[in-house]
Every structure is written in structure tokens, then in C-alpha cells.
Design a protein around this ligand. Structure first.
Ligand code: FAD
Ligand code: EPU
Length: 281
């Protein structure tokens, strides 16, 4: 029987915010091992770049797709291709540029793997995952299933995967261009990201309300630099919460609460929260 590699970990090791307590990690390197891995309650982690995990960790298994789901090396310039969910997005964006393929440049700077980028419909105002996504392959209820992109209700930072689905592959369609053109578009995205902090974070904490920017709202409320423990509203950008060293989930939650108390517009969290069931979002 195909086996997963199972070990206890601290989720702070697997998240970019470097917050989160213990869990059982199931590292899966072949689709068949998902049958056993999904036999008990589970969650799926990608690059952990949009997660706020409780200090108590999570009781569910945490499934992570291993190296055999990373297809970066086999991407050689096809316009249409299936790629594994553990393919790192930054490498994919760079490689598409070198191969003169357009469609992914808006995703420059998003530190995801493909599965997490699809699950969040990651993007910027210069482009999002839904621009290139055609189809996904998910493992759900013990079997593989293919779903067309239009069945996923892709919208701003939103995708609707079937309950419990583990996304294993995605089919993308890119457009022929040339490396310089693609690079020029990437330079524009890069310039737009210059004001974002470089230290430990999980990207923007809140979604932008329609027609406005949560970062602008938090900044206008004078909250940059507001701090609880080692969690701080970034000085560079109001919608980034940075971990100055040893922030806990408790610090981060208190800071989120204070931000909400001091801003007039209701702000919806973009991060996925793990281990806070029963508490308000
Ligand atoms: P994770 O954070 O690990 O997981 C996110 C969600 O996806 C979870 O619900 C998880 O269960 C689910 N998931 C992950 N993999 C799978 C899978 N294989 N099958 C089923 N479900 C899965 N986001 C943007 O949209 N635009 C940005 O410009 C942006 N900039 C960022 C900059 C920084 C510095 C950081 C740290 C983050 C930024 N983010 C941005 C947030 C984050 O990168 C995205 O939300 C990204 O899509 C998360 O991908 P991930 O692989 O890290 O997923
Ligand atoms: N602004 C301020 N103060 C701040 C931050 C922003 O006044 O502290 C103003 C800016 O001057 C600008 C406007 O708000 O006029 C928009 O700011 P920015 O260009 O930085 O974009 P954003 O709306 O804050 C969004 C995404 C980012 C993405 C960038 C680049 C959301 C929640 N955020 O930020 O995505 O990288 O655009 O396109 O949609 C993420 O989702 O995690 C993320 C980082």
C-alpha cells in the first residue's frame, strides 16, 4: 500500500507568518497514498502563505503534496499544460517569462504553490489565477475527478472547490508572447509591489472592500506600527501584519481585533484561519 510520510511538526515551520502550533503532517508523494491520508479528518497545506494557525495547532492531519507533485522541471514551453499542485508559483512565473509565455506575470511575487494559488484564486490587479486556469484534477471522496475552471466560481480571492477536495493538478493555458514583453509586464507588477514589507508575513490580512483598499483604510486610521507582542501592522503597508520575531497567534488575533475596532469599514479576512473553530472570523 502506498504510504505517506507521517511526522509531528509545529505549523509555524510551514507557514510564512511563522505562527502556529502542533499537527500531524502527512507528506504524500503519490495520488494513491491520498486514500489512507484522507481516511481521517484532514486539511491541505500549500506553501502556507495565507494561513493564520492557532497556537494550539490543529487536531486534523495536515496533508502536504510532496516533490512528485512539483512539475516545474518538465515545463518546457507548452502553451497548454497540466502541472502538479506542488509546483512553486514563483518558479513557474519566471520560467514562463524565459519561455516567452504570457498569462502568469500578474502573479509575480505571490509565494504560493499552484494548489494554494488556485484554491485562493491568487492574483493582483494585473492578473489572477483564473486568467489561465482551464481545469483542475481533485482527489475527493476517494477518487480523482476533473472539474472545468468555470465550475469553480472563480472570483476575487475566491474559488469553490468541492468539500474536502485535494487539488492535485491544474491545467493552464498560456499565450505566446516574447520574453522581453513578458518581462516588461512583470516589471510593472514588481514596481506595484515595491511598497510591501519583506519580512515574515502572510501577505494582506484583509480583502479589499469593493472600490477601496484595506491597506489605505488601515493607514488612514493611523494604525501603522500598532503592535501586540511581536505582531505589528507593517510600517510599509497597512494591510500587512508582520512577525517581528516571536509573535503568537494570540498576538495576531488581538491585533486584528484592534484594527477592526479602529476602522470604520467592516474588513473581511483574506487569510484562512486554522484551529479557531467556534470563534468569530
Ligand atoms: P496555503 O496558504 O498553504 O493555503 C491556502 C488555502 O488553500 C487553504 O485553505 C488550503 O487548505 C488551500 N489549499 C492549498 N493547497 C491546496 C490543495 N492542493 N488542495 C486543496 N486546497 C489547498 N495573495 C494574492 O492573491 N496576491 C498577492 O499579491 C499576494 N502577495 C503575497 C505576498 C506575500 C509576501 C505573502 C506571504 C503572501 C501573499 N499572498 C498574496 C497570499 C498567498 O500567497 C496566496 O493566498 C496564495 O494563494 C496561498 O497559496 P499557498 O500555496 O501558500 O496556500
Ligand atoms: N495605500 C495606502 N497606505 C497603505 C497601503 C496602501 O495609502 O498602507 C494606498 C496606496 O497608495 C494605493 C492603494 O492604497 O493608492 C492601493 O494600494 P496597493 O497598490 O498597495 O494595493 P492593495 O490594494 O493594498 C492589492 C492586493 C495585494 C497585491 C497588490 C498589488 C488585496 C487585499 N491586496 O493590495 O495582494 O499584491 O494589490 O497588486 O487585494 C494579498 O492578497 O495578500 C496581497 C498582497
Amino acid at each position: 500500500m502506498p504510504r505517506a510520510e507521517v511526522r509531528r511538526i509545529e505549523l509555524r515551520e510551514l507557514t510564512t507568518l511563522k505562527v502556529g502550533g502542533p499537527a500531524e503532517l502527512w507528506e504524500v508523494d503519490e495520488v494513491d497514498a491520498l486514500t489512507e491520508a484522507t481516511a481521517e479528518p484532514y486539511r491541505v497545506i500549500g506553501a502556507g502563505s495565507n494561513l493564520l494557525v492557532s497556537d494550539a495547532g490543529v487536531p486534523e492531519r495536515v496533508i502536504r503534496l510532496g516533490r512528485s507533485f512539483n512539475d516545474i522541471a518538465s515545463f518546457r514551453g507548452e502553451r497548454e499544460l497540466w502541472l502538479g499542485a506542488a509546483t512553486p508559483l514563483p518558479g513557474l512565473v519566471r520560467r514562463a517569462q524565459r519561455l516567452g509565455l504570457s498569462g502568469l506575470e500578474g502573479l509575480l511575487g505571490v509565494p504560493a504553490v499552484l494548489g494554494g494559488a488556485v484554491a485562493m484564486n491568487a492574483g493582483t490587479r494585473f492578473g489572477e489565477m483564473s486568467d489561465t486556469l482551464q481545469e483542475v484534477e481533485v482527489f475527493v471522496n476517494g477518487a480523482l475527478e476533473r472539474l472545468r475552471a468555470d465550475a469553480l466560481e472563480l472570483a476575487y480571492r475566491h474559488a469553490r472547490l468541492p468539500d474536502g477536495a485535494v487539488l492535485v493538478r491544474a491545467r493552464l493555458r498560456l499565450a505566446a508572447s516574447d520574453p522581453e514583453r513578458v518581462q516588461q509586464r512583470m516589471d510593472v507588477v514588481d514596481a506595484a509591489r515595491k511598497g510591501q514589507p519583506k519580512v515574515k508575513s502572510a501577505g494582506c490580512a484583509f480583502k479589499n472592500p469593493p472600490g477601496d483598499s484595506a491597506g489605505r483604510i488601515i493607514d488612514a486610521a493611523g494604525l501603522k506600527g500598532l503592535r501586540v507582542g511581536d505582531a505589528m501592522v507593517a510600517l510599509e503597508h497597512g494591510n500587512f501584519i508582520v512577525n517581528l520575531g516571536h509573535a503568537t497567534a494570540r498576538d495576531v488575533c488581538q491585533l486584528l481585533q484592534r484594527i477592526r475596532e479602529r476602522t470604520s469599514v467592516p474588513l473581511e479576512l483574506e487569510w484562512r484561519r486554522w484551529g479557531f473553530e467556534g470563534e468569530a472570523a
